[in-house]
Write a protein that binds this ligand. Structure first.
Ligand code: CA
Length: 99
């Protein structure tokens, strides 16, 4: 069992080796073998499916959710190649950008 301690919001998030490995495993499951430049990547469709976005939505709320998820994908896609690598996915992103 790994114990995580809360850190002040101003500090970068640190991951234990175990948590990082678990997140990479989840990423690779999501990627499902999709590769670009010999590395596993996640496409927008896979990302949307992960967040259970189905289009077209029959509600404004559903469409707003879909737009937020899509915007988040594009925030993670730092090099704009249309796919997200594990490294891009691990960046902390919000409305003000990624770090
Ligand atoms: Ca990318």
């Amino acid at each position: 069992m790994v114990t995580l301690v809360p850190v002040p919001a101003t500090l970068p998030i640190l991951y234990t080796r175990e948590l990082l490995a678990e997140m990479e495993h989840m990423f690779n499951d999501l990627s499902n073998g999709t590769q670009a430049n010999s590395t596993n990547v996640v496409t927008l469709d896979q990302y949307l499916a992960f967040f259970k976005v189905t289009e077209p939505s029959d509600s404004d709320q559903g469409n707003q959710y879909a737009q937020r998820v899509t915007d988040k994908f594009h925030m993670h896609d730092r090099d704009g190649d249309g796919v997200v690598t594990f490294g891009e996915m691990m960046m902390h992103c919000d409305e003000s950008g990624c770090e």
